[in-house]
Each structure stands twice: as structure tokens, then as C-alpha cells.
Design a protein around this ligand. Structure first.
Ligand SMILES: NC(=O)c1ccc[n+]([C@@H]2O[C@H](COP(=O)([O-])OP(=O)(O)OC[C@H]3O[C@@H](n4cnc5c(N)ncnc54)[C@H](OP(=O)(O)O)[C@@H]3O)[C@@H](O)[C@H]2O)c1
Length: 257
């Protein structure tokens, strides 16, 4: 099989495929020959992403992953449509700022429901199918799961949970032949932060500050994360499991002085 078609015959399910990192990951997997299941809430955006994919038309599932029935629908419809699942990319996520003095239980619940609970439920339901195909799982975590940042309490905690989830599930499934890893992006240019409450002006300032906060002196692109994800999900990474992989221009190594 040509290097270009390394995911030919593989069914790849991506959450949060309607925007940002998930959308770029979908397009990249399509170029590598995957059969895609793309999920998100925004149907219009899912259709736009599907249009940019090459090869067979992706199967689209419009659903809110905070709803337990929505998550069940994702697995049910995937198996109904393709008969199997090889690779799960747990990417959907939200961010909100606030430290211990400004946060609320509502914020904690919102962030943990999307970033952790839905990932837990979807993975639980996907695992029997992924064991059958000897596939693998990649979770999209964050540098904030590896390092502490002020004014970002719930989000940092949720990504730390994603890291631990990744390592525990990797150990649970290693003897079954299923690999589980995470990528941990630094600041990547997407809609995430503005959807999380930053104004355009604050966002531009935030991106500008990446010159100092990232060793490589810039924020990353969605393609740079997508390429790391497809590498880890591929048979070029068969000895990788339980890995928490920074894709962050060196941000995790930095310590202000
Ligand atoms: N951008 C960064 O700097 C950065 C850095 C580190 C980690 N990350 C992580 O990367 C992942 C992707 O983020 P992004 O930057 O690509 O952000 P984004 O452009 O805002 O995309 C987020 C995606 O998650 C989906 N989503 C959110 N809530 C959902 C829900 N309740 N039900 C179903 N889908 C939902 C969105 O779907 P709809 O739009 O259809 O609602 C969208 O497709 C997240 O886990 C984020 O924490 C991002």
C-alpha cells in the first residue's frame, strides 16, 4: 500500500470535526485514505469540512456530546453505517477562563461534561469495537494538562484528567492490542478562545504573547496538530501507548524567570 493511503480501509471517528483541530484532522485523514465519521453540533460547518475531504464522502453525525443519548447515537450510527470502528479521535472541547475566585460549579460542570465526561462515555462505548479491529485512540488534551496556568482552573483540571484518562486506558487496553495516546497542543489558532469569551482584540494580544510563551516564538497551526495525530494513529507508531505528546512549540519546557 502506498504511504499516502496508510489509512485505507480504516474507519476513523473524529469528535469536534466541525471546526479547528478536528476539521484539519479530518481533512488530513481523508488524504491518507480513511473512511471518516465526523461529528459536531454545527451541521453547516460539518458539511463544509466534508466538502474539503478527498475520497469517499464522510459520514456526518450531528449531535451534542453532552447528551448521553447523543454519544450513544454516535457509536450506534457508526457501526450501523460502516460495520466497524478502527480509530477514535476524542477532540471536541471547550475553554472558559477563571481562577478559584471567579469560577463557579456551573463552569466546572460545563467544562468537565464536554472535555472529560463525554470522552469517558464515548470511549467506553467505542472500546469493544476498537478491540475487535485492533485499532487505537488519540485524545486531544492540552499543555494545560501538563502545566499549571493562572485564571484557567477548570480547563487545566479537565485536561489533567484527560492525560490521566489516557494513561489509565492505555494500561487497561495494552494487553488487548489497543494503543491509547494523547496530543497536548500549545496555543493553536482556532475559534476556541474567542468562543470561550475572548474579544478579537484580546485574542490578537494573546496570539502576540505566543512570541514569548512558546519556545518557537509563535502559536501553532491546526495542520501541525493534525499531522501529529495521524502519525500517532498510524502503524508508524506501533510502539507508542500511554504517551502524552506535547505539540506546543516547546511551551511545556518553558518556565518564566
Ligand atoms: N486551540 C488551542 O489553542 C488548543 C490548545 C490545546 C488544546 N486544544 C484542544 O483542542 C480541541 C479542539 O479545539 P479547537 O481549538 O479546534 O476549538 P474549536 O475550533 O472551538 O473546535 C471545537 C470543536 O468541539 C466541538 N464541540 C464543543 N462542544 C461540543 C458539544 N457539546 N457537542 C459536540 N461537539 C462539541 C465543536 O463543535 P460545534 O462547533 O459543531 O459545536 C467544535 O467542532 C479541544 O479539546 C481543545 O481543548 C486547543
Amino acid at each position: 500500500m502506498s504511504e499516502k493511503m496508510k489509512f485505507s480501509g480504516k474507519v476513523v471517528l473524529i469528535t469536534g470535526a466541525s471546526s479547528g483541530i478536528g476539521a484539519a484532522t479530518a481533512i488530513h485523514f481523508s488524504k491518507l485514505g480513511a473512511d471518516l465519521v465526523l461529528t459536531g453540533r454545527n451541521k453547516e460547518n460539518l458539511l463544509l469540512v466534508a466538502d474539503q475531504c478527498v475520497g469517499p464522502k464522510p459520514f456526518l453525525i450531528q449531535t451534542d456530546i453532552t447528551k448521553e443519548t447523543g454519544v450513544k447515537d454516535i457509536i450506534y450510527n457508526t457501526i450501523d453505517h460502516f460495520g466497524k470502528l478502527d480509530i477514535l479521535i476524542n477532540n471536541a472541547g471547550i475553554i472558559e477562563s477563571g481562577g478559584i475566585e471567579e469560577t463557579s460549579l456551573e463552569q466546572y460542570d460545563r467544562i468537565f461534561t464536554v472535555n472529560v465526561r463525554s470522552m469517558y462515555q464515548l470511549t467506553m462505548l467505542a472500546v469493544p469495537h476498537i478491540i475487535k479491529t485492533q485499532g487505537n485512540i488519540v485524545n486531544v488534551s492540552s499543555v494545560t494538562g501538563m502545566r499549571a496556568f493562572p485564571n484557567l482552573l477548570s480547563y487545566c483540571m479537565s485536561k489533567a484528567a484527560v492525560n490521566q484518562f489516557t494513561e489509565c486506558v492505555a494500561l487497561d487496553l495494552a494487553s488487548k492490542g489497543v494503543r491509547v495516546n494523547a496530543v497536548n497542543p500549545g496555543v493553536i489558532v482556532t475559534q476556541l478562545h474567542k468562543r470561550g469569551g475572548m474579544t478579537e482584540e484580546q485574542y490578537q494580544e494573546f496570539l502576540n504573547s505566543c512570541k514569548k510563551s512558546h519556545a518557537l516564538g509563535r502559536p501553532g497551526t491546526v495542520d501541525e496538530v493534525a499531522k501529529a495525530i495521524t502519525f500517532i494513529a498510524s502503524d508508524d507508531a506501533t510502539f507508542m501507548t500511554g504517551n502524552i505528546v506535547p505539540v506546543d512549540g516547546g511551551k511545556h519546557s518553558m518556565c518564566p524567570r
